[in-house]
Design a protein around this ligand. Structure first.
Ligand SMILES: NC(=O)c1ccc[n+]([C@@H]2O[C@H](COP(=O)([O-])OP(=O)(O)OC[C@H]3O[C@@H](n4cnc5c(N)ncnc54)[C@H](OP(=O)(O)O)[C@@H]3O)[C@@H](O)[C@H]2O)c1
Length: 293
C-alpha cells in the first residue's frame, strides 16, 4: 500500500490477529550497555512505543533497565525479539523465548520472530535449515497459543521461505522483517507479504547511515525541509512499511518522534517518491539470506 501526500500516516499497523504494531520503533542492534539504556529511555521519552531487539544483540539487561526506569506501563510498549540461528529447532526455540523473557524481565513479548531462515553451523544449502525452521515455527505457534507472545513472525525470509511457511503453518506469520530502503526495495517480496496478510517491518532504513549522505537524499531532504533520516523514514512509511531506525544518540532519536514522521503537514509527492525509487540497485547493507535453502 502506498500512502499519498497529505494523508496522515497510521500510527500503527494492525496485524492479522488485531494486535497493533507501532509503525515507528527503535532499533537496538549494536547498542550496548549504557548506550542501549540511554537510547531506549530517549525513545520512550519522546513517545516511541516500539523497541526492536534480539537475543543475539546481547543488550537485554540495559533494555530491561530502561523499560523499568521509563515508568511507561508495560501495556503501552511493543517489544519485539527474535530467536537466533543458534537457537532454532525443537525444544531450543521455546527455551530461547523463555530466556529472552527472563532477561528482559517481561511476562510476555509483543512479537517474536524467527531471526533468520538458516541455522548456525549448517551449510546454507542444507535441507536441515528447512527442517529446523519448521520445528522453530511450531514452537512459536505453541507459545502464541499459550499467550507468552502476542504475535509471531519471521525475519529475512525470502519469497520461497514465505510461501513454504504460509502453506504449512497453522498460525500464519504476522510479520516479515527485512532490509528495505531506496536502494533495495524488495517490491516482489513486499507484494507477496501484502497478498498473504503479512506486515512488513523494514530495517536498515538509513542504509546503516550510508544513505544519509546520498546526493539524491540530501537534495530531497532540503526540498521538503526535513533531515535526510526523516526523509528516508517517511519514504518507507509512505510505502506501507513499519520502520525501526537505530541510534544511540537522543538528539537523533528525537527526530523520529511519531508527530515528526507521520503528520499530514508534510510528505513526499509522487515525483519525490519516484526519485527515491529510481535509486534501486539491489545494494545490500546487511546479511543476505538469498542462498538459504
Ligand atoms: N532482522 C535482522 O536481521 C536485522 C538486521 C539489521 C537490523 N535489524 C534491526 O533494524 C535496526 C535498524 O537497522 P540498522 O541499525 O542496521 O541500520 P540503520 O537504522 O539504517 O542505521 C543505523 C546507523 O545509522 C546511524 N545514524 C542514525 N541516525 C543518524 C544520523 N542522524 N546521522 C548519522 N548517522 C546516524 C547510527 O549511528 P548512531 O547509533 O551513532 O547514531 C547507526 O550506525 C537495527 O538496530 C535492528 O534493531 C534487524
Amino acid at each position: 500500500m502506498v500512502v499519498a501526500f497529505g494523508t496522515p500516516l497510521p500510527r500503527t499497523i494492525t496485524l492479522r490477529n488485531g494486535v497493533e504494531l507501532p509503525a515507528v520503533g527503535l532499533g537496538t542492534f549494536r547498542a550496548q550497555g549504557d548506550d542501549a539504556r540511554t537510547a531506549v529511555l530517549a525513545a520512550l521519552k519522546v513517545g516511541l512505543r516500539h523497541i526492536d531487539t534480539a537475543s543475539i544483540y546481547k543488550n537485554e539487561g540495559p533494555i530491561r533497565e530502561a523499560l523499568v526506569a521509563s515508568g511507561v506501563p508495560r501495556g503501552e510498549v511493543f517489544v519485539t525479539s527474535k530467536v537466533s540461528p543458534y537457537e532454532q529447532g525443537a525444544g531450543r526455540a521455546r527455551t530461547a523465548v523463555e530466556g529472552i523473557l527472563e532477561r528482559l524481565g517481561l511476562e510476555y513479548l509483543d512479537l517474536v520472530l524467527v531471526h533468520w531462515p538458516g541455522v548456525s553451523r549448517v551449510a546454507p544449502d542444507s535441507p536441515t535449515n528447512g527442517l529446523k525452521r519448521w520445528e522453530t515455527w511450531t514452537e512459536l505457534e505453541r507459545l502464541y497459543g499459550e499467550g507468552r507472545v502476542r504475535a509471531i513472525g519471521v525475519s529475512n525470509y525470502e519469497e520461497a521461505h514465505v510461501r513454504e511457511l504460509v502453506r504449512r503453518a497453522a498460525v500464519k506469520p504476522m510479520v516479515n522483517q527485512f532490509e528495505v530502503h531506496p536502494r533495495r526495495q524488495r517490491m516482489e517480496l513486499r507484494r507477496l507479504c501484502a497478498q498473504e496478510g503479512i506486515a512488513v517491518v523494514s530495517y536498515a532504513s538509513l542504509g546503516c547511515s550510508d544513505l544519509l549522505s546520498h546526493p539524491t537524499v540530501t537534495r530531497l531532504a532540503e526540498e521538503v525541509g526535513r533531515s535526510p533520516a526523516q526523509l528516508l523514514l517517511r519514504w518507507a512509511l509512505q510505502e506501507g512499511c513499519a520502520v525501526i531506525p537505530k541510534s544511540i544518540r537522543p538528539e537523533r532519536i528525537s527526530e523520529w518522534r511519531e508527530e515528526a514522521l507521520l503528520g499530514p503537514e508534510w510528505g513526499l509527492v509522487p515525483e519525490q517518491v519516484a526519485a527515491l525509487r529510481a535509486l534501486e540497485d539491489g545494494h545490500k547493507y546487511c546479511w543476505d539470506p538469498a542462498g538459504v535453502a
